[in-house]
Design a protein around this ligand. Structure first.
Ligand SMILES: Nc1ncnc2c1ncn2[C@@H]1O[C@H](COP(=O)(O)OP(=O)(O)OP(=O)(O)O)[C@@H](O)[C@H]1O
Ligand code: SF4
Ligand SMILES: [Mg+2]
Length: 325
């Protein structure tokens, strides 16, 4: 490793996660690979975006990266430490450094807690004792850095707007001074104008606090705006990693995503309208490229041999037998 390529904050290798499912009481269990053989380095101080259609495994990858669920295979290293090698206490301690912000701020904050209680909960969970004065200062500081007035501290979540609630969700994630935040569609449930404010807030916080983000979204436009590099997933696998937001996609799936228009109706927002063809069942993936049934460039090779992810000379990784120039 040279000085120009500092060690990544998070290093994911060969990560897979399977889920079992039974369609009926007497049917045999079926196995779905939600995340399949994912390897990824997340560089410090940068925003790594993950994009893909609903069900492609983004949230599962997020939970695996934070060791919130166990992997079926593979490893996650945080600052070089393999999370699987830690005991419960060590993992809990490391959790202070890696936090998650969820899409739905309504479910992330307990409705019975005041905002003050919600912001102090992470300290309680971690066993960090705070005096009343310290707790007051923490709450004030956390509300201040996310642009909220301290006057809301004794309100309940239902008294806040969606945008305010998401700011509280971010403040709560920042309570223990983490270095890594996984943001799982943090603006997907918000109006467009509020989305822009939350993105601006996240940008400022990353700069001011030197944070590293894994930013998950189904919206490639937003990811291109906000992220330094972009990981594209399809049916549990990485199909392309764009080394910069300006990189021109070379995978036919990413190209189709770029050309897609997302429905303005939020209930239909996840439908990619320009892509046609059947999405294969995640329970029964084809032998070759999983995108072949929808790909206009598909050849016989594509239908029989799965393309491996490999880098071109611009550090641009693509899993495709016939990448577009
Ligand atoms: N706990 C679980 N049990 C069984 N299947 C699961 C579980 N969690 C996720 N899955 C399945 O794994 C696949 C990936 O789900 P995941 O939530 O990671 O997708 P996603 O990309 O985050 O989708 P979305 O954009 O809708 O949030 C889906 O087919 C989903 O049904
Ligand atoms: S491997 Fe073949 S089917 Fe898959 S995306 Fe590339 S060209 Fe299309
Ligand atoms: Mg998700």
């Amino acid at each position: 490793m040279t000085d120009s390529t500092p060690a990544p904050l998070v290093s994911i290798r060969g990560l897979s996660r399977e889920f079992g499912s039974r369609s009926g009481l007497f049917s045999s269990p079926r196995v779905l690979r939600a995340v399949s053989d994912v390897s990824l380095d997340i560089p410090r101080g940068k925003v790594t975006g993950v994009v893909g259609e609903s069900g492609c495994g983004k949230s599962t990858l997020a939970r695996l990266a934070l060791c919130l669920i166990d992997a079926s295979e593979g490893s996650v290293r945080f600052e070089g430490v393999d999370l699987a090698s830690l005991n419960g206490g060590q993992l809990r301690k490391l959790r202070r450094r890696m936090q998650m912000v969820f899409q739905d701020p309504y479910s992330a904050i307990d409705p019975r807690y005041t905002i003050r209680e919600a912001l102090l909960e992470p300290f309680r969970i971690q066993g960090v004792g705070l005096s009343a004065a310290e707790a007051g200062t923490k709450v004030e500081h956390l509300l201040d850095i996310v642009g909220l007035s301290v006057t809301i501290a004794d309100n309940y979540p239902h008294q806040l707007s969606g945008g305010q609630k998401q700011r509280v969700g971010i403040a709560r994630a920042l309570a223990l001074d983490p270095s890594f935040l996984v943001l799982d569609e943090p603006t997907a449930s918000l109006d467009v104008s509020i989305q822009a404010q939350i993105i601006a807030l996240l940008e400022r916080l990353r700069r001011d606090l030197g944070l590293t983000y894994l930013f998950i979204s189904h919206d490639l436009g937003l990811v291109r705006y906000f992220c330094d590099s972009i990981v594209v997933m399809y049916l549990g696998r990485i199909v392309e990693i764009l080394p910069s937001a300006e990189s021109r996609p070379r995978h036919p799936y990413t190209r189709a995503l770029v050309e897609s228009t997302f429905e303005p109706d939020p209930t239909l927002r996840r439908v990619v309208t320009k892509l046609s063809g059947e999405i294969p069942s995640a329970f029964n993936l084809p032998a070759g490229c999983a995108f072949a049934a929808r790909c206009e460039h598909a050849s016989d090779l594509c239908r029989t041999e799965r393309p491996e992810l490999s880098k071109d000379r611009h550090d641009h990784a693509i899993a495709c037998h016939h990448p577009i120039d």
